[in-house]
Design a protein around this ligand. Structure first.
Ligand code: C5P
Length: 235
């Protein structure tokens, strides 16, 4: 069966500061989205990349794809996204031709994921897992808080989950197509990743090793790190 990658890139990127939509900002002179698309197309297993553009930016994204060198063996589609990440992924899934039995969902905001991580996710789905996430152990201890009742008031800690059992989850997340479609058709509340929708169906999601360089570019400091990683790769 064939593998397609859906790349949601319709977010505004508010936490990164003012400017263009996050996916269109440059890293090493090339838009973050182009890096993310190349990272998917770098895997020989991926034969289609569906890019979910900002709702009013599909034409701009199409011309970006035309302007940058991309592998010839990969097909590309661009569709307009929605209000939430979840809606954007669902719109990308609707555009998938029937022959793709495995679907990766990869945030444009993780432009530097290495191809070995992409391949590990695909392999685990091929071996039969309905849903696969790349993940890393945490450096920080994580606490659950009760949100402040009055803004500015200190938040009380309610729990400290055992750090050794926690994982920070990255993308691409990989799915058996039917499973992901069913998850999107069933779960209606907002979630922050696709795998959690599959968990809600009662199915097992498995973890493969993530990679440091698959970090999400969210805040201005992340751009500094991303530029440094790119510069090191170019040495
Ligand atoms: O906001 P966050 O960093 O969680 O976004 C993750 C990914 O989801 C980003 O690549 C972003 O462009 C995408 N997104 C989207 N449509 C939205 C919101 C976010 O495609 N409405």
């Amino acid at each position: 069966t064939r593998t397609a990658a859906v790349v949601p890139a319709a977010g505004r990127g508010v936490r990164l500061g003012p400017g263009a939509p996050k996916a269109l900002r440059a890293l090493g002179g090339t838009p973050m989205l182009i890096h993310a698309i190349r990272a998917m197309a770098a895997s020989r297993g991926v034969s289609l990349v569906v890019v979910v553009a900002p709702p009013d930016g599909a034409a701009e994204v199409k011309s970006l794809l035309d302007a940058h060198a991309l592998p010839e063996r990969t097909d590309f589609l661009v569709v307009p996204g929605g209000e939430s990440r979840q809606e954007s992924v669902a719109l990308g899934l609707q555009a998938l031709p029937p022959e793709y039995g495995i679907v990766l969902v990869h945030d444009a905001a993780r432009p530097l994921v290495p191809v070995d991580t992409v391949d590990a996710v695909i392999d685990a789905v091929r071996e039969g897992a309905p849903a696969v996430v790349p993940a890393l152990p945490l450096a920080d201890t994580v606490k659950e808080v009760r949100p402040a009742r009055v803004p500015g008031e200190p938040e009380p800690v309610v729990a400290t989950p055992e750090r050794a059992r926690l994982r920070a989850v990255q993308t691409p997340q990989g799915f058996d197509r039917e499973t992901l479609l069913r998850a999107h058709g069933t779960v209606t509340e907002n979630v922050t990743d696709d795998a959690s929708m599959v968990e809600q169906l009662g199915l097992t999601v498995v973890v493969v090793p993530g990679h440091e360089e698959a970090f999400k570019v969210t805040r201005p400091l992340d751009l500094v790190l991303a530029e440094a990683v790119l510069a090191r790769r170019r040495l």
